[in-house]
Design a protein around this ligand. Structure first.
Ligand SMILES: [Cu+2]
Length: 186
């Protein structure tokens, strides 16, 4: 638990550092970038429900040319009385969607696949975010492009499968909320 807490605050700090990115991108690329940011906006507030589970704001990162893997992030709340587990999912442009955990061991960041999935206890909200739990797209057959959305599914042990749409944030984004916050500025 301690390791996770540290990781989450590191991710939060990093997200503060990168919050100005969408703004710079918008001023650099003019109206097209602003239009793309506006189009991508609703996804940040998107909520998906399956059984007693609520999935919020899935997002992923643009992949640099040739990258075969990508991380994806979202928030899951269990409103039910029974525990459930996120065990994986699917993405048409990827070979597999795995549930991973990032952790720091002796100062080295490592990630591992959670073979048994990620448990979401009754009443609990679990956030998948950079530096912690995440979904890993492996064997990507095409690049994820900023401003686009990609559709896929999430697979839960008990609740079953649900379709979600990931908003594609800039390369290096630490948070899926960057565009959302920027939106409130004007
Ligand atoms: Cu991973």
């Amino acid at each position: 638990m301690t390791a996770i807490t540290i990781l989450l605050s590191a991710a939060a700090a990093a997200s503060l550092l990168t919050q100005s990115l969408p703004l710079q991108a918008a001023s650099g690329f003019g109206d097209a970038a602003r239009a793309a940011a506006t189009l991508a906006e609703p996804a940040a507030d998107t909520i998906y429900k399956v059984g007693a589970l609520v999935v919020e704001a899935p997002w992923t990162r643009a992949t640099p040319g040739g990258a075969r893997v990508g991380g994806a992030y979202l928030k899951i709340t269990n409103t039910g009385a029974e525990s459930d587990r996120l065990v994986g999912g699917s993405l048409p442009i990827a070979a597999a969607v795995e549930v991973h955990q990032m952790s720091i061991t002796d100062g080295v960041m490592k990630m591992r696949k959670l073979e048994a999935g990620l448990e979401i206890k009754p009443g609990q909200t679990v956030e998948l975010k950079p530096g912690g739990y995440h979904l890993m797209f492996t064997g990507l057959r095409q690049a994820l492009q900023q401003g686009q959305s990609v559709k896929g599914t999430l697979q839960f042990e008990k609740a079953g499968s649900v379709e979600v749409e990931y908003r594609v944030e800039p390369i290096g984004a630490r948070s899926g909320e960057g565009g959302k916050k920027e939106q409130h500025v004007h």
